[in-house]
Design a protein around this ligand. Structure first.
Ligand code: IPE
Ligand code: IPE
Ligand code: MG
Length: 255
């Protein structure tokens, strides 16, 4: 069985895709938005637990106004167009990011689909919109400091205070468009994610390439800090962090 349960995607390359065709950048976003529906369908068919799509970063506000408003419009359009299919397929739909600075009608639409799908048990489909990984971490720290002024924060505390803690860590991050960076996406949740960078621009990305990447990455060995011999063994027996002092008994460190 594949160890890839949560896939996060940086959907990049729309602007360059359009430019190469002598079209405005916005055209690339419109074409890219239809690919979103295909990849969601494919993630659902593959039986993934979660799919998180980066659709608008906190830094994307610096783009021209018509481009920003197109991206907002495409989010609304996606929700309206896909609503029936999301409900029929038992998909849990959420948006993470600073939603209070989004237009009122967009927030209403998001709230409605989130509450309609709150009891869904299928694919967790999350859109990161007006999202920034640093902002998410800072928000969590500030909330913690207000509610627990008397103690130090643990990893579990911070994980619990992410926008959607139940979605958990990312197993695989895919970035289209050829850039090899994470651009402030899910910084906390990607600590041990596998990374895959494809030169394919987002409007050209297909379910076939998506499946191939998952297949390819599933064959990589994920060690989480252990050594090869420990991987695949019962983690409660073999992981050093479950019983550190016993693990180090008899070990000689050559410095
Ligand atoms: C990604 O495509 C979409 C968003 C950032 C919203 P870009 O618009 O960044 O496309 P390129 O990277 O300029 O080609
Ligand atoms: C990342 O792409 C954000 C989204 C895909 C929404 P960008 O195109 O904004 O990232 P940079 O500017 O190349 O880092
Ligand atoms: Mg880009």
């Amino acid at each position: 069985m594949s160890s890839i349960k949560h896939v996060a995607i940086i959907m990049d390359g729309n602007g360059r895709w359009a430019k190469r065709r002598f079209r405005p950048r916005i055209w690339g976003h419109v074409r890219g938005s239809s690919v979103v529906s295909e990849i969601v369908r494919s993630a659902d068919d593959l039986g993934l637990k979660a799919l998180t799509m980066y659709a608008f970063s906190t830094e994307n506000w610096s783009r021209p106004l018509d481009e920003v408003s197109t991206l907002f419009r495409l989010l609304r359009k996606f929700i309206i167009k896909e609503r029936t299919r999301i409900l029929q397929n038992n998909i849990k739909f959420r948006v993470i990011g600073e939603l209070q600075s989004l237009p009122h009608e967009t927030v209403e639409l998001i709230n409605e689909i989130e509450s309609l799908t709150s009891g869904a048990t299928g694919l967790h489909l999350t859109f990161a919109f007006n999202y920034g990984g640093r902002a998410e971490i800072l928000r969590a720290i500030n909330t913690f400091q207000v509610t627990n002024p008397e103690r130090l924060m643990t990893e579990a505390d911070l994980s619990e205070l992410m926008y959607r803690p139940e979605t958990g860590d990312v197993d695989l991050m895919i970035r289209t468009g050829g850039e090899q960076r994470i651009s402030n996406f899910l910084l906390w949740q990607m600590a041990y994610a596998e990374m895959y960078f494809t030169p394919t621009k987002w409007p050209d990305f297909t379910p076939r390439e998506f499946c191939k990447i998952i297949e390819h990455v599933s064959s990589r060995e994920r060690r989480f800090g252990s050594i090869c011999e420990q991987v695949g063994l019962n983690s409660s027996v073999e992981r050093a962090d479950t019983n550190k002092s016993a693990y180090f008994q008899g070990v000689t460190f050559n410095v």
